[in-house]
Design a protein around this ligand. Structure first.
Ligand code: SAM
Length: 214
């Protein structure tokens, strides 16, 4: 299909997408908020008082959703901590810490550790998506690398009873990722929320309770 037609189709789908409309109405920066919302409502992941790390947070809809879940009733501050990290800038969200950095780089980890200041994380979220080259094996390796780093981070900084939710793609390398999750977590579930487009091979893996915490 010609590129122009593809762009037009995307625009048509986007404008008519109920989640895009809902995001505009409810003040979310991206329709992605509803992916996390559905998974959270199913799995009861986010609770007041938690320490949450949101990897690949820009433009910020997952952090906004998490913030709403941790918000106090009287509209004052949040109970808990949210740290967003992305290589791209993110407009500030009240009560959400933000680090601009590449998660593959040591410096980003140091900055995360500085904000954590010894506290353990309850929930690691990763909606990180690497730039894809179209070469299946190379792309699978990039996705896997980011997920390996998220798991390593969880091993080092998450409570043993915590959870890790990562975006991956149901294609080359997916079975290996499920295998890896099963080796690391007591419970592993794959999630395809309704807001994740059918056309997309995007799928989320949720691991709960570390088998071998450090
Ligand atoms: C799909 S978007 C995230 C959307 C976000 N969850 C939301 O709800 O607004 C994926 C993000 O991952 C970020 N990303 C990809 N690779 C990264 C890396 N190595 N380090 C940090 N961020 C990364 C991209 O810059 C992009 O902003």
């Amino acid at each position: 299909m010609a590129k122009n037609k593809l762009n037009k189709n995307w625009l048509h789908d986007h404008i008519n997408d109920p989640y895009v409309k809902l995001a505009q109405k409810e003040g979310y920066r991206a329709r992605a908020a509803y992916k996390l919302k559905e998974i959270d409502e199913d799995e009861k992941l986010i609770k007041p008082g938690q320490v949450i790390v949101d990897l690949g947070s820009t433009p910020g809809s997952w952090s906004q959703y998490a913030r709403n879940k941790l918000a106090g009733l009287e509209g004052g501050g949040i109970r808990g901590t949210i740290i967003g990290l992305d290589m791209l800038p993110m407009d500030p969200i009240a009560d959400v810490h933000f680090i601009q950095g590449d998660f593959r780089e040591e410096d980003s980890l140091r900055q995360l550790e500085a904000i954590l200041d010894g506290r353990q994380v309850d929930l690691v979220l990763s909606d990180m998506a690497p730039n894809l080259s179209g070469v299946a094996i190379a792309d699978a390796a990039r996705v896997e690398h980011l997920i390996d780093l998220a798991i390593e981070f969880a091993q080092a900084h998450m409570k043993p009873t915590g959870s890790v939710l990562v975006k991956c793609f149901n294609g080359t390398g997916y079975n290996e990722l499920v295998h890896k999750f099963r080796a690391e977590f007591k419970t592993v579930t794959s999630k395809k929320p309704k807001a994740s487009r059918d056309k997309s091979s995007e799928i989320f893996l949720l691991g709960k309770i570390l088998k071998n915490p450090h």
